[in-house]
Design a protein. Structure first.
Length: 235
């Protein structure tokens, strides 16, 4: 079987932009990963480029070729590391450490769920986040009022919203957090959701520690977590 036909049947996104296929019965051109119903193979016409298909009279698929949204990103230099800030519409959707070992995973999650691409720049929401971060690191702010957009699974969002309830200057263990969301046996899942948090400081996962009071892990590194807890007079 032609590998391109196989890619269409399997909706293999790794072939996107390497070729396109037109559906003769509808006059639509699609990417291999298109989520629309797979057409009869007798109606499929393969093209090397999108322009080739458009020049033959095909129209862009509204499912796989709709215009992508934009996430504005900005690198903020904090006293304990560089943070990637991102805004989407009227909300902050990203505040994550540049050194985070899951950096690409977090970025890809945002792009996939929001159907968006990153564009460097500054937005009003990012400017507001910068002002509040500056005040926080200067010891002049204990709470934030930046609108947040959590992007993840329903369970992850449940955990991240619980983080918002942990006040400045206090800590909580993973076990305590699991109990608070009504899932006392889900300690490991809660820890994993904390690790996937893409809204550091605003959703303060640095305030979550081990049951033995150890700092455990942190996306920005343990020195950054220690810095933040000292800033909040916990250590």
């Amino acid at each position: 079987m032609d590998k391109r036909i196989k890619a269409i049947l399997e909706r293999d996104g790794s072939f996107d932009d390497t070729f396109y296929y037109g559906v003769k019965s509808t006059g639509i051109v699609c990417k291999p990963s298109c989520a629309a119903k797979i057409p009869l193979l007798k109606n499929v016409e393969i093209f090397s480029t999108l322009d080739e298909a458009l020049n033959k009279g095909y129209r862009k698929c509204k499912i796989c070729m709709k215009e992508k949204n934009k996430i504005t990103i900005y690198r903020y230099s904090s006293p304990c590391g560089v943070l990637m800030l991102g805004s989407y519409g009227d909300s902050l959707c990203l505040c994550d450490w540049q050194v985070e070992r899951h950096r690409n995973h977090v970025d890809n999650r945002l792009k996939r769920i929001l159907h968006a691409e990153f564009e460097e720049g500054v937005s009003p929401m990012i400017e507001k986040a910068i002002r509040q971060l500056d005040e926080y690191f200067a010891g002049k702010r204990c709470e934030f009022d930046v609108p947040l957009l959590f992007v993840g699974t329903e369970f992850q969002k449940k955990v991240w919203n619980e983080l918002l309830k942990v006040p400045f200057g206090q800590t909580i263990s993973y076990g305590q957090m699991a109990a608070k969301i009504g899932m006392p046996k889900a300690v490991r899942a809660v820890a994993n959701a904390n690790g996937a948090n893409s809204m550091s400081i605003f959703a303060p996962c640095h305030r979550v520690i081990g049951s033995d009071k150890s700092l455990t892990g942190y996306g920005g590194g343990l020195p950054a977590k220690e810095f933040l807890l000292k800033l909040e007079h916990v250590l």
